[in-house]
Every structure is written in structure tokens, then in C-alpha cells.
Design a protein around this ligand. Structure first.
Ligand SMILES: NC(=O)c1ccc[n+]([C@@H]2O[C@H](COP(=O)([O-])OP(=O)(O)OC[C@H]3O[C@@H](n4cnc5c(N)ncnc54)[C@H](O)[C@@H]3O)[C@@H](O)[C@H]2O)c1
Length: 467
């Protein structure tokens, strides 16, 4: 059979199997590698979805096209990835010319929907970075397009794949502390990582729909998955009190800023070779400043956020996100009918060694599978009326979002037994349910009322989530 005919015949079957089947075990023998294209070749695209993917899975997948609105950045990404494929600034042209089987979407959040939908309409399946999208209209449109085209979308919820998160899921599935009735979940971004969101597009609601969607989608997805139930309503509070106009001085960007000696948030991007290559060397094309001033007047997102979320199975969740903490970490507690399960990461006074907070974010983004010797994540479980508690330990990973990044790649690209334990792979319904909580939270703040998720799309919240 000619290669072209073979590809045409197999691409339908092969792409529809993507969600269930490993790319390297499709029974294609020595047939071609999976044909990938990417749109949005910035930090996440060129690194995790580009360079790491090719380093670890170059035997089963290859890039046939790369696309970005910035012609310089897409060329830079090609070099970083080590790809041997054409680059584009026009997505449709890339699709027509390269006919990828799978499109990886890693653009600015507010544009995910354009490419997810267009890719499906042009015959490809999609892997999209979180959040699925940024508002309820786009969310519904993605769901409709998926139904209409019969294509598949994977939403890349990497956090689920970290061993710590999986252990929590396992304990909750076993009902270790009985039926869960309420959850306290608090996430602290430090003054380095938290501030970074205020330097660029994340700080503008029109691009990210605020950290309620951009960042908290990770956290809401974890809770939805852990509880295995859908959110029904959200009541939220939030303000912008620290960054943006809340300072007496400001400039446009850190480079050349006259206040850099007095500004604690001054960031010298020139010391970071990778960021210089990706952003600064290409900013003449589109004006994208990676070291924008955190005190810019245009910043309109919230920097402190809290919400109460009611689930279809009756669980109430209290959630908060702060963006200017001295340390980066999180803690969660599940109150069950028979006891309480608590866990946390990176709380300095609960750790054996001190963490360099400035370097912490950089370490998290490093794609390593290494376990840190002598360190572990801990999960405390205590039964009601007991005098003792159990401390369950899970190995601690150095980077890549607590081992979640590599776990996600392995699951998509090398999963010999086609396993999907705990329904760990997410599609558009899960993607929607997590970003809709954030969308509802913003609406709740702006409209000063409780928002029901059923107001937003045609998804009907279920006490137990459909598979
Ligand atoms: N899962 C995770 O842990 C994780 C971590 C980082 C980023 N992300 C996600 O990855 C995506 C990219 O984030 P990033 O940090 O790489 O951002 P980035 O700003 O470095 O890259 C975004 C890229 O999109 C391009 N772009 C902007 N508008 C576009 C458009 N209309 N069409 C095509 N390209 C466009 C930009 O030129 C840029 O190259 C975001 O959706 C983000 O939420 C996920």
C-alpha cells in the first residue's frame, strides 16, 4: 500500500484511538510516527510540549508543523525543539500543508478555543494546555464542535499525574475517612512566581479571564477529580489590592526602569538566556514584554481570591488563592464522616530543610523525573475518636510539577496496557467543569451573587461524574 493511502486509511482509526491507545502501540509496526503540529510556541510549547516531548518520545511522534503569530518566536522554538519541519504564522495554511493527526494547543489562554475548534474541523485530534478556555460561550462552542466533528480533545491536566495527587485520589476512592462532606483548600503563590503572572498577559482579564481561570483551573480540576462529583454553584470574593495600580511608582518594564533599585519586584530578564531567546529577542515583532512592570495601571485581575463551591454530591469546598505569599505551597483538608485527611506541599515550617523561594519556580518548571532522596510528601489521616494518626508518605519529585508533567506525557505517548486508572485522562467535560468554576467565580464577584454552573453551558452537573 502506498504511504499516502496507508496514512489516509489509518489516520481516522489511529486518531480516534488516541485517547485510549498509546501512540507507540497502535499495531502500526514500523509505520510513520504520530504527526504532531503545535500552535503557540512560547515557554510551555517549546519546552514541555516541544523539547521534552522530542527528547523522550521522538521514537513515536514527530513535529510536522509549528505555528505562532510571532514569526521570530516560532523560529526560535524550532531550534529549541530540534524539529525538522516548516514553521507558520497562519494556522490554516499549516493544517492544509502539513495535515497533522494531532494539534497541540499552547497559545495564550483566550485563544485556545479558536485553534481547538479549527483543528477538529480540519480533521485533527487535539491536546490542549489548560485551561480548556476562558469563558462559557467558548466552552460551549468547543463542546459543540467536538460533538459535530467526532474528534477528540485531551485537556492536559498535568497536576493529576503527580504521585502525591494520585495517592490522595486512591485514599478518597477507598473512602479512607468515610464519605467526604467538606474540603478546605488553600494555595499560596510566592512573591516570585505569583508576581510573574502580573508581568504579562495573565494580568489582563481579556487574555486569561484572571487567575480564577488561568491558575485555579488546575486546583478546581483536582478537586472535581478527587471528589468525583460536579460543581453546582459558586460564591466568590476577590480584589486587586497589591499589584497593578496599588503602588506609588511604575514603569513599563523592568529593563531600564528608573525605580529598579527600590523595587523589590525588579526582575532582570537579561540574566536568563532562555527567556532572552524566546521573548526579548522576538519582542520587536509583537511588543510582548516578558518583564512587564507588575505595577502597570492596565492590570485588571484579582490578586486575592476566595470561593465557596457547592458540589452535586453535597460537598462544600472552601478555596483560596493568594499571589504575594513569602513562600509557595498549598494545603488541603478533607473532612469525612469517619475522620479527616490532610495534606500539603512546601510549607516551610513543616519541612526538614529550607527552600530558596526565588529558585523554587524555576525548579518546578525543570523537566526532571528525579526523586529527591530522603524527602517525601505526607498525607495525614486521622479517624474520629482515635488518639493516633497515620502519616502516609509518597516520594517527592524534583521538578515538572511534582512528577505530573512526565506522568502525563507517559500516559499519552507510552501507555502499553492502555490503562486509565481513576479516569486520570481528562477530556472537554472535565476541562469545562474546572474552568467554569473560575468563570463562575469572576461572575460572582462582578455580579455580587451566587452563580449556578447550569446557567453557563448545557452541561448538567452530576452527583457522580459520568465517565
Ligand atoms: N500545565 C501547566 O502547568 C502549564 C504551565 C505553563 C503554561 N501552561 C499553559 O500553556 C499555554 C502557554 O503558556 P506559556 O507560558 O507558554 O505562554 P507564552 O506567552 O510563553 O506563550 C504563548 C504563545 O502563544 C502565542 N500566541 C499569542 N496569541 C496567539 C494567537 N492568537 N495565535 C497563535 N499564537 C498566539 C504567543 O506569541 C506565544 O508564543 C497557556 O495556555 C498556559 O496556560 C500550562
Amino acid at each position: 500500500m502506498k504511504r499516502r493511502t496507508f496514512l489516509q486509511n489509518t489516520s481516522l482509526a489511529a486518531t480516534s484511538l488516541l485517547l485510549q491507545s498509546p501512540l507507540n502501540a497502535m499495531g502500526l509496526g514500523d509505520t510513520p510516527k504520530k504527526r504532531l503540529a503545535m500552535v503557540g510556541t512560547g515557554h510551555r510549547g517549546s519546552g514541555f510540549w516541544g523539547k521534552s516531548l522530542m527528547q523522550n518520545f521522538g521514537d513515536v511522534a514527530e513535529f510536522v508543523g509549528l505555528c505562532d503569530i510571532n514569526p521570530g518566536r516560532v523560529e526560535t522554538a524550532k531550534t529549541i525543539i530540534g524539529a525538522n519541519c516548516p514553521v507558520f504564522t497562519d494556522f490554516e495554511q499549516m493544517m492544509l500543508q502539513t495535515k497533522p493527526e494531532v494539534v497541540i494547543v499552547t497559545t495564550v489562554d483566550a485563544y485556545h478555543n479558536i485553534y481547538i475548534i479549527k483543528a477538529m474541523e480540519m480533521g485533527a485530534d487535539v491536546i490542549t494546555e489548560k485551561p480548556l478556555t476562558t469563558d462559557e460561550i467558548k466552552c460551549q462552542a468547543i463542546r459543540d464542535a467536538e460533538k459535530k466533528t467526532g474528534r477528540k480533545v485531551i485537556v492536559a491536566f498535568n497536576y493529576r499525574h503527580g504521585p502525591h495527587m494520585i495517592k490522595v485520589k486512591e485514599l478518597l476512592t477507598q473512602e479512607r475517612v468515610g464519605k467526604i462532606t467538606s474540603v478546605d483548600f488553600h494555595w499560596y503563590l510566592n512573591v516570585y512566581h505569583g508576581a510573574d503572572y502580573f508581568r504579562r498577559w495573565h494580568a489582563i482579564k481579556a487574555k486569561s479571564n484572571s487567575l480564577w481561570v488561568h491558575k485555579a483551573t488546575h486546583h478546581f480540576d483536582l478537586v472535581n477529580w478527587w471528589l468525583d462529583s460536579d460543581p453546582v454553584e459558586v460564591t466568590a470574593f476577590g480584589k486587586l489590592e497589591h499589584y497593578g495600580k496599588n503602588n506609588s511608582f511604575r514603569d513599563v518594564k523592568c529593563r531600564g526602569c528608573k525605580y529598579k533599585d527600590q523595587c523589590k519586584f525588579a526582575f532582570d530578564i537579561t540574566k536568563d538566556e532562555r527567556l532572552m531567546k524566546i521573548y526579548v529577542n522576538n519582542e520587536h515583532h509583537d511588543g510582548y514584554l516578558r518583564d512587564g512592570c507588575v505595577w502597570r495601571e492596565e492590570i485588571d485581575i484579582f490578586d486575592k481570591m476566595s470561593a465557596q463551591i457547592i458540589y452535586a454530591n453535597g460537598v462544600t469546598v472552601n478555596y483560596s488563592l493568594t499571589t504575594y505569599s513569602p513562600y509557595e505551597g498549598w494545603r488541603i483538608a478533607f473532612n469525612g464522616m469517619n475522620g479527616r485527611l490532610e495534606t500539603w506541599e512546601d510549607i516551610p515550617y513543616q519541612q526538614s530543610s529550607q527552600v530558596d523561594q526565588a529558585a523554587r519556580h524555576a525548579n518546578e518548571m525543570v523537566q526532571t523525573k528525579d526523586i529527591i532522596p530522603d524527602e517525601s510528601q505526607q498525607i495525614m489521616v486521622m479517624d474520629n475518636f482515635s488518639k493516633k494518626y497515620d502519616m502516609i508518605t509518597v516520594p517527592k519529585y524534583k521538578g515538572g510539577h511534582g512528577g505530573g508533567d512526565s506522568g502525563l506525557h507517559e500516559k499519552i505517548f507510552r501507555n502499553p496496557n492502555n490503562e486509565n486508572p481513576y479516569n486520570i485522562m481528562a477530556g472537554t467535560r472535565d476541562g469545562a467543569m474546572s474552568c467554569l468554576i473560575g468563570i463562575a467565580a469572576r461572575k460572582s464577584i462582578e455580579e455580587k451573587r451566587t452563580i449556578k454552573l447550569s446557567e453557563l453551558t448545557d452541561i448538567v452537573p452530576a452527583a457522580k461524574r459520568p465517565v
